[in-house]
Write a protein that binds this ligand. Structure first.
Ligand code: ATP
Length: 375
């Protein structure tokens, strides 16, 4: 047996967890400014004061969740007087469910399973905070799910006006929204806007150089030495940059490593990478479509139904208008947003006015898009 072959019980992974999507790395590269802003927002809590609210926005896979979780873990290590609670609003999408999670974190056990009223749940939380002099910071990830169900205002209102019901209660909120143009603050009621006033923290897409740095870090700690060449990391970087979503690259590395092991090889080949891409390429589409608004899905459906590779935007608008009653400005914003999310690509033909001459095409196979649209 040559030394290039792996024995059945050998592995090329040093730490496979470095390639898991929920892995929180020790260092978040290229996110110093965002981490600084987050820490600035929560820092009053360390002195027993009410933190500033914050609003993290950016495309999928740009490190928003990871940055907030890192700051939360640092807070937890620093003091018990600040209680950070992370909520995924896709999982906990009602005011009651969110407050039940907060209760569980504060008391260490869930609210009685027989059920208590929201009012009681709320007042027990508020009392606890004041009596124990603890400051609550709640991160609401995938906040768009609350906006869709119209719970957003109630949740923010209840959290941010807790001190009116229970003087001395100190609460801060960080919302996380995977969205590029949706103006979250504008969509809230004026009563909520006047108490929310968040610091806005933008998470721009990573440049190819930044993506490569982050992937190399995973390679260094996740694989044995010499498993993947720099040229192959460049290929993974290219595919990742096409979607702007780091998840694609991280998942590709894992799949490529497994493909190499299946061949009993100690090194990843170009074929291992290409095969991995087939499995990982839809990760970005999955995450993105899941978070789209109904009308955006309708727009995508219009392109799929046309059976064409590309469509003039004027023609696309005709289909969209019929199905949604929305005007051209909304349509125009949505097309731009879907381009920003790297689902659509736009080409200008040079004809027409107000961009009506743009050619719109899908960046994915129409069948794969259709499978994921539920409207
Ligand atoms: N700067 C970074 N350094 C290292 N890993 C990162 C960095 N940014 C993101 N990642 C990794 O990329 C993946 C996606 O990141 P994360 O979930 O934080 O993105 P997100 O912006 O919250 O995405 P979404 O909006 O879809 O929830 C995770 O596996 C995370 O570990």
């Amino acid at each position: 047996m040559t030394k290039d072959l792996l024995l059945w019980d050998q592995t090329i992974f040093k730490e496979q967890e470095y390639f898991e999507l929920d892995f929180l790395p020790e260092n978040l590269l290229h996110r110093d400014a965002q981490m600084r802003s987050l820490k600035f927002s929560v820092s009053p809590a360390l002195r027993g004061s009410t933190p500033l609210n914050a609003y993290c926005r950016g495309a999928p896979g740009t490190g928003k969740t990871s940055a907030v979780l890192k700051v939360f873990s640092e807070l937890e290590n620093a003091t018990q007087k600040v209680v950070p609670v992370y909520i995924n609003c896709q999982v906990d999408s009602t005011r009651y469910a969110i407050f039940a999670q907060i209760f569980k974190k504060l008391f260490g056990y869930p609210p009685p399973s027989s059920g208590i009223s929201f009012k009681k749940l709320f007042s027990q939380i508020a009392k606890h905070l004041v009596e124990k002099k603890r400051v609550l910071i709640v991160a609401l990830d995938d906040f768009n799910y609350l906006m869709a169900s119209k719970e957003a205002d109630e949740v923010l209102y209840s959290l941010l006006r807790m001190h009116e019901v229970q003087p001395g209660a100190k609460v801060g909120v960080i919302t996380i929204l995977s969205d590029l143009t949706l103006d979250m603050v504008r969509d809230l009621t004026p009563q909520v806007q006047s108490v929310f006033l968040p610091e806005e923290i933008a998470f721009p897409q990573y440049s190819p150089e930044e993506i490569k740095d982050i992937l190399k870090y995973r390679v260094r700690y996740g694989f044995m030495q010499g498993v993947i060449s720099d040229e192959l990391i460049d290929i993974v970087t290219g595919y990742t940059a096409d979607t702007g979503d780091l998840r694609v690259g991280i998942n590709m590395l894992k799949r490529a490593g497994l493909n190499a092991e299946r061949r009993a090889s100690r090194a990843i080949s170009k074929e291992d990478i290409e095969k991995a891409y087939e499995g990982s390429r839809y990760i970005h589409l999955n995450y993105t479509i899941r978070n789209l608004k109904k009308e955006e899905k309708v727009l995508l459906k219009c392109i799929v139904a046309s059976g064409k590779e590309e469509m003039m935007s004027g023609e696309l608008y005709e289909c969209f208008k019929e199905k949604t009653d929305l005007g051209y400005t909304s349509f125009y914003e949505m097309v731009n947003r879907l381009e920003g999310l790297k689902i659509l690509s736009l080409n200008t033909t040079g004809k027409g006015t107000r961009g009506q001459s743009r050619l719109v095409s899908l960046m994915y196979d129409p069948g794969e898009v259709e499978k994921r649209i539920d409207v």
